[in-house]
Structure formats: C-alpha cells, structure tokens
Design a protein around this ligand. Structure first.
Ligand code: AP5
Length: 221
C-alpha cells in the first residue's frame, strides 16, 4: 500500500500516520521529521532547511524531491509506505509520479484530512513533541501522564519552533497557495479519499480505514 496523507498543517497527519504504521506494518515517511532531524544534527541540509522552516515557507522542491527519491528505495519500503507532508506542491507531485512510473508502480490512495483554520491554530499552539523519541502530544487533547514528560521514553516535551501563532498563520497561507491545489490534482486521477479531520482521533482513524475500503476490523469491504 502506497499512501499519501494530505491536509493543512496540524490536520493530524502525523497522529494518524502512527496508527496507520501499526495497522499496515509499513513505514511513515515524513519530510518534516527528516528535515527537523537534519536541523538538530546541524548538517548542510539542516542549515539550508532551517531558514525556510522557521518562517513557515516550503523548502525548495529539488531538495525534498531528492530526499524522497533516496528514501523510497530503502528495503523497508518494499511493501509500501505512508507519505506524510510530501508532496506539497504540484511540481513535487509530478516528480513523484515520474519516479514511481520508472519503478513500474504508483500511489494507491491519497487521504485528505480536512480541518478548519481556527481548530488548527488551537491544535498547533498546544502541540508538544518529545525531544528524544519524537512522540506527539497536546496540552488539552492528548496529554501525557506526567506534564512535560514523554509517556513512551521519559524524554522532555518541547514546543516546535514553527508552532508560534504568527508562523502557523504563515504556514496556513503557504498551504492554501501551494499545497491545496493537490486536492484537485489527485481528484482528477481518481485517487482522492476525503476524510473529516475534526473529532475523536480514533473515530478519524476508523473513517480513514473506511475510506481505504476496510471495515473497522481491518477486513476489506
Ligand atoms: P511538517 O512537519 O510536515 O508540518 P505540517 O505539514 O505543517 O504538519 P504538522 O506536522 O504541523 O501537522 P500534522 O498534520 O502532522 O498534525 P499532528 O498530527 O502533529 O512540515 C514542517 C516544515 O517543513 C514545513 O513548513 C516546510 O518548511 C518543511 N517541509 C516539510 N515537508 C516539505 C515538503 N514536502 N516540501 C517543502 N517543504 C517541506 O497534530 C497536530 C496537533 O493536534 C497535535 O498536538 C495532536 O496531538 C493534535 N491532534 C491531532 N488530531 C487531533 C484531533 N482529532 N483532535 C484534537 N487534537 C488533535
């Protein structure tokens, strides 16, 4: 299964990707996570990416396309993968199509998770991430057992640099201009599955499985 998770920043792509990884046993490929790791490690890629990410702009297409080209040929991607945060422009989507066509394969489904802007601002200003293992939390909607501490590894929970309200609004603007046109792009190809992204996280996961043609026990319907 080769899946794309589309949606605005804070739609819950990462939250649902974790559940899909468990369900399908395929890896999540998040360009945001890959870029943040590079920033943390202070690599050349990280230094380049940081200035775009801090202002809510997109990292140049050729950089992220290069990252994906190398990642999808790794052995753990043989049975498929979940693309989270890629593609984000029409140029990235076309490059992905060309890459996959050369490998004699294609994307199976594109899930678009829809959430209103004000809900997104609430979600992202309250998001916390483990500085050690990357697990995601929310100060109101998905709280850890002990405040500021990761349930999974005991790491310190931090706020992402780009989760300040001003940067969130800039990211939303970039999303509307550059990423939203992908909805029509994939609709034309018959790959688009629309899922409402507001409400209980488990119910949204069930809605995604249903949109992918499964019932809640994971059987095909
Ligand atoms: P990236 O890391 O991809 O960020 P994003 O797309 O803006 O998405 P987020 O990670 O912010 O949100 P999400 O949808 O995963 O939501 P989450 O599940 O965490 O990109 C960051 C930057 O990297 C970009 O701005 C760009 O600069 C660069 N970049 C990355 N990819 C690129 C590309 N392809 N091209 C160019 N540049 C690229 O949920 C958010 C919060 O809400 C969490 O706290 C969660 O607990 C909570 N939550 C989730 N679901 C619910 C729910 N149902 N109810 C209540 N709360 C919920």
């Amino acid at each position: 299964m080769k899946l794309i998770l589309l949606g605005p920043p804070g739609a819950g792509k990462g939250t649902q990707a974790v559940r899909l990884v468990k369900h399908y046993g395929i890896p999540q490929i998040s360009t945001g996570d890959i870029l943040r790791k590079a920033v943390k490690e202070g690599t050349e890629l990280g230094t380049l990416a940081k200035k775009y990410m801090d202002s809510g702009e997109l990292v140049p297409d050729e950089v992220v396309i290069g990252i994906i080209r190398e990642r999808i040929v790794e052995p753990d991607c043989e049975k498929g993968y979940i693309l989270d945060g890629f593609p984000r422009t029409i140029a990235q989507a076309e490059a992905l199509d060309a890459m996959l066509a050369k490998m004699d394969t294609a994307i199976d489904h594109v899930v678009n998770i829809a959430v209103r802007d004000e809900e997104i601002v609430k979600r992202l200003t309250g998001r916390r991430t483990c500085s050690n293992c990357g697990a995601g939390y929310h100060i109101l909607f998905d709280t850890p057992k002990e405040e500021g501490v990761c349930d999974k590894c005991g790491g310190k929970l931090i706020q992402r640099d780009d989760d300040k309200e001003e940067t969130i609004r800039a990211r939303l603007k970039v999303y509307r201009q550059q990423t939203e046109p992908l909805i029509a792009y994939y609709e034309k190809k018959g790959l688009l599955r629309m899922v409402p992204g507001e409400g209980n996280m488990e119910e949204i996961f069930d809605a995604i499985l249903k949109a992918l043609g499964e019932d809640f026990d994971g059987k095909s319907v």
